[in-house]
Design a protein around this ligand. Structure first.
Ligand code: MN
Length: 326
């Protein structure tokens, strides 16, 4: 078995637990709840059984991003980060942490990230898509001008930033009206996250901050499959500058993005991701507890990729990205 590091793996606190209700049938809630609230019992046994040496843990979704009061969002994030740091202390070789961030206020988010990286020794941040805020009638996406000072801090800290999905607000989800089955992991999560990632790429953010590293899950939320078309629409037409960034979108994708296998255990899709972005930028993950670790691991161990790529994707890419030393 390949020794593996997994990095889209969630827990909940009492304050955020109920954000995860409603994604699965009610018959499965008691199991999901016990998985989310557990760190050292079932989770660790599953890791041992399936060769996961380390999990980088993050809070469930949407949690902090859906708390419209910025001060409350800050306080919930800080308590969750402190709780996570305490859990890591009990098993420092098996668990590491991603910071939850109150993105409602870019200054508070930058301060909390700095605290998490420097004092709590976290390895990056995981943010659940756009933020709602009492300060803004529209959802806050992080290409907006007020976030650029925050990104400067992310770059200085060399903190990888995981852009994790959430559902669009009802006011932005008319296309799904009458078709609730399309919400969540089926389609809306990927659509929402892919557009957010493209906003970051087109905004010029990566021209200003060339050191930024963004991680997206689910083998890229559909982006690898569409990358050529994004840059080549109407190839015969006169070139026009359509976005503020300097380069082609694929250049930012290849230089700044990392993809994980979370919740997308499909060899055809993995090979497409490898062909687009390269095996150095794909990392193993399960998406526990929403997906099973055995489903992720059994698939990954038998996927028809090279042994060298399996080792990179399973472990060494994560060791390098997060500076984890065995
Ligand atoms: Mn997830």
């Amino acid at each position: 078995m390949t020794p593996k590091i997994a990095l889209e793996e969630h827990f909940a606190t009492d304050e955020t637990l109920m954000d995860s209700s409603g994604f699965l049938p009610s018959a499965d809630w008691s199991e999901l709840k016990s998985r989310l609230m557990d760190i050292h019992d079932q989770r660790l046994r599953q890791m041992d059984t399936h060769g996961i040496e380390t999990m980088i843990l993050s809070l469930n979704a949407p949690a902090v991003q859906a708390i419209a009061d910025p001060q409350k969002a800050h306080d919930v994030a800080q308590r969750a980060n402190d709780f996570l740091a305490e859990q890591i202390t009990k098993q420092p070789t098996r668990f590491r942490g991603f910071a939850a961030l109150p993105m409602q206020d870019p200054d508070m988010a930058a301060r909390e990230l700095t605290r998490c990286m420097k004092d709590l020794k976290f390895v990056g941040a995981l943010v659940n898509g756009f933020s709602q805020s009492t300060q803004s009638p529209a959802p806050l996406y992080y290409d907006l001008a007020q976030y650029w000072p925050f990104w400067s801090v992310v770059e200085q800290l060399d903190a990888p930033f995981y852009l994790h999905p959430r559902n669009p607000l009802p006011s932005d989800a008319q296309i799904y009206s009458g078709h609730p089955w399309l919400m969540g992991p089926t389609w809306a999560f990927g659509q929402e996250t892919a557009v957010h990632a493209l906003r970051l790429m087109g905004s010029g953010l990566f021209d200003a901050h060339p050191g930024l590293k963004i991680i997206v899950g689910h083998l890229g939320e559909g982006l690898p499959y569409s990358m050529w078309r994004i840059d080549h629409r109407n190839g015969w037409a006169s070139p026009t500058k359509r976005y503020p960034a300097k380069k082609k979108i694929v250049d930012y994708f290849n230089a700044h993005f990392y993809l994980t296998t979370s919740g997308n255990f499909r060899t055809q899709t993995l090979i497409d991701a490898i062909l687009e972005i390269g095996a150095d930028r794909v990392l193993f993950s399960a998406d526990w507890p929403f997906e099973n670790i055995d489903h992720a691991s059994d698939w990954f161990e038998s996927a028809s990729i090279s042994t060298a790529d399996r080792l990179k994707i399973g472990r060494t890419n994560a060791q390098q990205l997060f500076k984890l030393h065995p």
